[in-house]
Write a protein that binds this ligand. Structure first.
Ligand code: 1HE
Length: 262
């Protein structure tokens, strides 16, 4: 059985971390299996849900495997995480991450490269790297810092602060708080919505938006105009826009229950 299971549900690829007896700690074999599953999802699915088996999403780096690594092995190991995680973050399809239990160290780094995060009550978040005498190596200094900001990231790393799901939502780490035990169902529901979008729009939402955020004002606006024009000129966009104008497209649901056309 691979350490990351792959299950298609319609257009959605469900990737499940499957090492619950070690709290889904990420070893080299699991990272390899994650890469295989991510590549398959990119080829086959319109959106993905990433979740974990057992009571915890992930306890992060497999410390048992890490302890004897040389300096160079450490660098290449970290670069290996970056390579796989970047295929999620800048991949072909959006990832919805369903979180429960511990989301710790490299587990939080993995969650941070997803595009939308859902957590159920009882989920907790920590970066114990300082206590372990190490540093984030799975891209967290870039990706988790982007979510919560450097001051909060420094606090978590320096003091070992453990965040509740509610605090993580406030920090910008979590997008949705699910019902008890409901993170997967909510993530799947959201993935199905995104899978109904135009694939090029989804591709640009995950690939252009984050790069625009990292670039300067002028570059960002220029890139946005190119992306906007690129999507508008596709037959799919024309057909979707026409459907709206001909009142054949679904209206936006609005919070008071009425419907509005956006
Ligand atoms: C592990 C790991 C691991 C559990 N590497 N084996 N991550 C950490 O510092 C978190 C370390 N883990 C924990 O604090 C706890 O395991 C949990 C709070 C997540 C869960 O507690 P619990 O009571 O449910 O499980 P447990 O009894 O602590 O662990 C069950 C087994 O999983 C046990 O093995 P066993 O053979 O004795 O049964 C643990 O040794 C094993 N286990 N976590 C290896 N992390 C790219 S850089 C990223 C840097 C980091 O990620 S640093 C943070 C590392």
């Amino acid at each position: 059985m691979p350490l990351v299971e792959y299950q298609p549900i319609g257009d959605i690829a469900v990737l499940t971390l499957n090492r619950p007896e070690k709290r889904n700690a990420m070893n080299d074999a699991m990272l390899g299996d994650l890469g295989v599953a991510v590549d398959r999802a990119a080829a086959e699915a319109k959106a993905a849900v990433l979740r974990a088996r057992g009571k915890h999403f992930s306890a992060g780096l497999d410390l048992a495997e890490h302890v004897e690594k040389s300096l160079m092995q450490g660098i290449f190991g970290s670069r290996g995480w970056h390579a796989v995680f970047d295929r999620i973050r800048y991949g072909a399809i959006p990832y919805f991450v369903a979180l429960n239990g511990a989301v710790v160290g490299g587990g939080l780094e993995l969650a941070a490269v997803g595009h939308v995060r859902v957590a159920e009550p009882g989920t907790y978040f920590a970066l114990p790297e300082g206590q372990r005498g190490i540093f984030v190596g799975g891209g967290g200094s870039v990706n988790a810092t982007r979510l919560m900001g450097a001051p909060r990231m420094m606090d978590m790393m320096l003091t070992g602060r453990v965040l509740t799901a509610e605090e993580a939502e406030r920090y910008g780490i979590v997008n949705y708080l699910a019902a008890p035990g409901g993170a997967f169902d909510k993530a799947l529901e959201l993935a199905r919505v995104a899978a109904g979008n135009a694939p090029l729009s989804n591709y640009l939402i995950i690939n252009a938006l984050q790069r625009i955020h990292d670039s300067g004002h002028d570059e960002g606006l220029f890139f946005e105009s190119v992306a906007a024009s690129l999507t508008q000129s596709t037959p799919e966009a024309r057909q979707r826009l026409r459907a709206f104008l001909e009142k054949k497209a679904a209206r936006l649901p609005i919070p008071n229950g009425e419907e509005a056309r956006g």
